[in-house]
Design a protein around this ligand. Structure first.
Ligand SMILES: Cc1cc2nc3c(=O)[nH]c(=O)nc-3n(C[C@H](O)[C@H](O)[C@H](O)COP(=O)(O)O)c2cc1C
Length: 415
């Protein structure tokens, strides 16, 4: 049995990832800033919404394909931008590109990826979006946009939720593990207890030639070379994209522009006003401001405000096919995932990412079958029980509207 075949859930993948990686590297990917309230609540929100199966109906092979940002995709799951994947597995970002292409979906390539957009596009058969931080400021970003265009990227993702540095995760002092930030004997000796029993990860390290963190291929240093990871990570917050930048980007980019990191109606309306193609309701997987509202709870109001004007995608806490169905029943056009595929990569490389998509798509389809639906487009909030304390006017209105529509349809009076 290969490593990927042992994985039967995101939790399994997380378990094998933790086993394979030095503690500090695993802690980087598990992430969550501060005490990780938001990353925990993102997952919790999906558990709080319950499903109402429709019994006595049989649709054994429901259609889960959809259309978002102008692309027809085979599965409603986008692979989100996660930085520096080669630190965790040498298959890195290309493993994600190949899996996204195999499943006919979209990949967002991180602005701090270890693989360039040029190399990515030589392996992609589906749409790849370049995610942008403003590393080096707005002026240094124009060449990055031009590189994305020349390489054939299908869209840009600008980050709206990274206005201040990630505070780092609060891990109890007894469990906290440090990354070696300098390459010297002292740091190597300190790192030894984390790696002596991690042979698979050590093999990766030897193959990539040593302890140095692989550089960021998306950004370039003054000498034209890929930027060292720590330099790039430090430069993310100097200047960050704002809505006012969208018209400027439009001057040099005529394909989709997605704003990622929206959890308020006000920001969603601004994205529409400034001409974005779509938004991702996201709090960066709980990696930015801790204590931010979980994304699923933010979704209904945003759908009500802008759902007819712009494509709305959601990420944060999606770990099962049932989560995909819940988000889409509440109005999302598609979902995107981070840790769900990253754990698969860390545990088993390319095959691990493929395995996670197999699991998520199979679960999504069977959840629809249980709900008595023949297509992902047939679901709506009537298939859900949403906790009363989440109830907002918007959700009540949504229910009333659906009931009224159903009654008209029963009377044969629908428009
Ligand atoms: C370790 C880690 C690194 C990330 N790096 C990036 C990044 O470089 N760019 C970005 O747009 N989002 C980044 N994200 C956020 C993801 O794109 C996505 O919004 C988030 O992971 C979704 O939550 P989930 O992990 O619960 O699915 C990162 C997330 C994690 C966990």
């Amino acid at each position: 049995m290969n490593a990927a075949e042992r994985i039967h859930s995101v939790d399994d993948a997380r378990y094998f990832a933790k086993k394979r990686l030095p503690a500090s590297i695993f802690q980087y990917f598990e992430g969550g800033s501060g005490p990780s309230v938001t990353s925990t609540l993102n997952e919790q929100a999906f558990k709080e919404v319950l499903l109402k199966p429709l019994s006595g109906v049989h649709h054994p092979a429901p259609d889960i394909s959809t259309s978002v940002f102008g692309h027809d995709i085979d599965i409603p799951i986008i692979l989100s931008s996660v930085g520096a994947l080669k630190i965790g597995h040498q298959d890195g970002e290309l493993a994600v590109t190949q899996a996204a292409s195999k499943f006919g979906t979209i990949q967002f390539l991180s602005g701090v990826s270890n693989t360039s957009i040029e190399e990515t596009m030589t392996h992609a058969t589906g749409p790849v979006y370049q995610q942008l931080y403003y590393i080096g400021g707005r002026d240094a970003t124009a060449p990055t946009i031009e590189r994305a265009r020349d390489a054939g990227a299908a869209g840009l993702v600008i980050i709206a939720d990274s206005a201040a540095p990630n505070t780092g995760r609060e891990i109890p002092i007894t469990k906290r593990a440090n990354l070696p930030l300098q390459i010297n004997l002292k740091e190597a000796v300190k790192f030894l207890p984390q790696v002596w029993n991690k042979p698979a990860w050590m093999k990766d390290l030897i193959m990539r030639g040593g302890l140095e963190i692989p550089p960021v291929a998306t950004a370039r240093s003054a000498n034209g070379q890929a930027m060292p990871f720590l330099e790039a990570a430090g430069a993310i917050y100097g200047e960050t994209p704002t809505f006012e930048d969208i018209p400027w980007i439009r001057e040099i980019w005529d394909a989709p522009i997605i704003v990622k990191g929206v959890v308020s109606v006000e920001s969603a309306r601004k994205a529409v006003e400034y001409g974005a193609t779509g938004i991702v309701v996201s709090n960066h997987g709980g990696n930015m401001l801790d204590g931010t509202i979980p994304t699923l709870r933010a979704l209904p109001e945003i759908i009500e405000a802008v759902g007819d004007d712009i494509d709305v995608v959601i990420d944060g806490g999606i770990r099962h096919g049932t989560d995909v169905v819940k988000a889409m029943a509440m109005g999302a056009k598609a979902v995107s995932v981070g840790r769900a595929y990253v754990y698969g990569l860390l545990a088993a490389g390319h095959e691990g990412v493929v395995r996670m998509l197999e699991l998520l798509t199979t679960e999504t389809a069977s959840a629809l079958t249980w709900l008595g639906k023949n297509s992902i487009h047939d679901i709506d909030p009537e298939s859900l029980v949403i906790p009363p304390h989440w109830m907002t006017l918007s959700l009540t209105d949504l229910r009333r509207e659906i009931r009224a529509r159903n009654e008209l349809s029963d009377l044969g009076l629908e428009g």
